[in-house]
Design a binder for this molecule. Structure first.
Ligand code: 5RP
Length: 219
């Protein structure tokens, strides 16, 4: 199977976690696009979706799914999103699509994070994928120096501003052996909006697309 077919497979598999009649949290990315299409095609009736990006909102609306603001709900039964890397304990790197801050906000509303990914995203230790970090523009140089002190090389993602209007750093060379501690450390540096380590908001379930079908990992 191609990577696109694996993404479509897990996008459809995620429908089993959607609670009919409730609002669903929706992430961002090519795998989530497959989920949005599967949801629209399924005939499953949801009360709407809370979206993590302009791109997902546009796709949801185009497919006839009502989009609610995060502030309109106090909780969500489930949040469905992809990942750039996922480790053996369900910790993830996210933000390849620049939506990490809103993704973490919507994930925080949800009782359960269901990660959908093809098997290439599974890694023993996070950090092979450059870590996305959304920053306030004036702090870019300071935050870059802090990463250098940790052995990381941060570069601005060219031509990209997040939906919140901020630049993004991509940090190479980190070996994230303690994701919880590193997430907490980075998030308290002045000027960091959000770092793309999802450890406090790790996946509860991962639906992994493999050549032999969907593998369900429960953390
Ligand atoms: C967007 C993300 C995505 O979930 C992540 O980049 C995976 O994307 P894809 O499903 O296209 O591989 O974090 O900010």
């Amino acid at each position: 199977m191609t990577q696109d077919e694996l993404k479509a497979l897990v996008g459809r598999a995620a429908l089993a976690y959607v609670v009919p009649g409730e609002v669903v949290g929706v992430g961002t990315g090519s795998t989530v696009n497959c989920f949005i299409d599967a949801l629209a095609d399924s005939g499953l009736r949801v009360a709407g979706a809370v979206s993590s990006s302009t791109k997902s909102t546009e796709r949801l609306v185009a497919r006839g799914i009502r989009v609610l603001e995060a502030g309109e709900v106090s909780s969500l039964p489930v949040y469905i999103d992809g990942a750039d890397e996922i480790d053996p304990r369900g910790h993830m790197i996210k933000g390849g699509g620049a939506a990490l801050t809103r993704e973490k906000i919507v994930a925080d509303l949800a009782a359960r994070f269901v990660c959908i990914a093809d098997e290439s995203k599974r890694v023993p230790v996070l950090g092979g994928f450059p870590l996305p970090v959304e920053v306030i523009a004036m702090a870019t140089a300071q935050v870059t120096r802090r990463f250098a002190a940790l052995g990381g090389t941060a570069t601005l993602r060219p031509g990209v501003l997040t939906d919140n209007g901020h630049p993004l750093l991509d940090v190479r060379g980190l070996s994230i052996t303690d994701p919880l501690a590193m997430e907490a450390e980075i998030n308290q540096w002045p000027g960091v909006v959000t770092c793309g380590i999802f450890a406090r908001h790790r996946a509860g379930v991962c639906l992994l697309g493999t050549a032999s079908g969907v593998q369900t990992l429960v953390f």
